[in-house]
Design a protein around this ligand. Structure first.
Ligand code: KMH
Ligand code: ZN
Length: 284
């Protein structure tokens, strides 16, 4: 039976801990969240870290410690954000690869982001992509707008396939300034994807459920988490990230495409085996 890749994006860079106490901002909180989300069916974790004051950080030592802890305590595919916060400089975003994650996000163009601008000019995209190929890190192409799908074709035509050989995208929908979280937008984006590509979708805020249902109907995968959604239902704040993964897993089971295990996720995405010796999930 076909299965559904569930990615959890537990923290993000935009929400303050004071506004969402369940947001994991320390390493202990992140590991506990990761374990609970893995138990609920997640196979990939999209990671943003925070500093000692819970502010977004791209500190490489902190990222390394985080990657190591997640590898030791879970079998999740560890994908680090190279998007960071809108204020992060390009050189810090490139340096994320030095933490040797399994995967990284790679946003395929600039997009208005609420009152801010999330900057991803073409030369930066190319530099990050080539660096990911050299570092043997699997990129997930973040598509906030239809123009980003065109840019993905241009990138693959010019610089060849990603490390791992497989193109996996994430449609990030409903960001104020990006494509809307609608069935029409999702269907159009999916039609435009490169042949053989797989995709997840996430709808921010109110578009969470429509986008999840549309993605499943289109044969896609799901990303959920407090990076994208802080409300579980009207008037009901999210309890924690596992609650969102549990709901996504239930939707996937209803669609008769149950959550994908971590081995299958690694095989589909083409990630290199960096599991530590003697830890859970290590291959013999
Ligand atoms: N925090 C956003 C500005 C990514 O992780 O690559 C960018 C973002 C995308 O979250
Ligand atoms: Zn992110």
């Amino acid at each position: 039976m076909a299965s559904t890749l569930l990615t959890v994006a537990p923290t993000g860079a935009e929400t303050a801990k004071a506004d969402a106490p369940a947001l994991p901002v320390t390493l202990d909180e992140l590991v506990a969240t990761a374990k609970a989300c893995e138990a609920a069916g997640a196979a990939v974790i999209h990671v943003h870290v925070r500093d000692a004051d819970a502010r977004p950080s791209l500190d490489v030592a902190r990222l390394r410690d985080t990657v190591r802890a997640l590898r030791e305590r879970t079998d999740l595919v560890v994908q680090l954000s190279t998007g960071g916060a809108v204020t992060d400089p390009y050189r810090a975003r490139l340096a994320v690869l030095e933490a040797e994650p399994d995967g990284c996000s790679l946003t395929m163009g600039t997009v208005n982001f609420g009152d801010d601008v999330f900057m991803n000019p073409w030369p930066f995209i190319v530099e990050l992509y080539r660096a990911s190929q050299a570092a043997r890190v699997v990129p997930e192409f973040e598509l906030f707008d239809l123009g980003h799908v065109s840019a993905l074709h241009r990138l693959l035509d010019a610089y060849g396939p990603p490390f791992g050989g497989h193109v996996h995208c994430d449609l990030v929908m409903g960001v104020p300034g990006g494509m809307p979280g609608t069935l029409d937008a999702l269907a159009t984006a999916v039609r435009m994807l490169p042949a053989g590509a797989t995709f997840s979708a996430t709808g921010v805020g109110r578009s969470t459920l429509p986008v999840a249902l549309a993605s499943l109907a289109a044969g896609g995968h799901l990303r959920v988490g407090m990076e994208d959604t802080l409300s579980f239902a009207a008037g009901q704040p999210v309890r924690d990230n596992a609650q969102l993964v549990e709901r996504a897993a239930e939707l996937a089971r209803l669609a008769q495409r149950p959550p994908m295990g971590t081995d299958e996720a690694r095989a589909m995405l083409g990630v290199e085996n960096r599991r530590p010796a003697g830890q859970p999930g290590q291959e013999e």
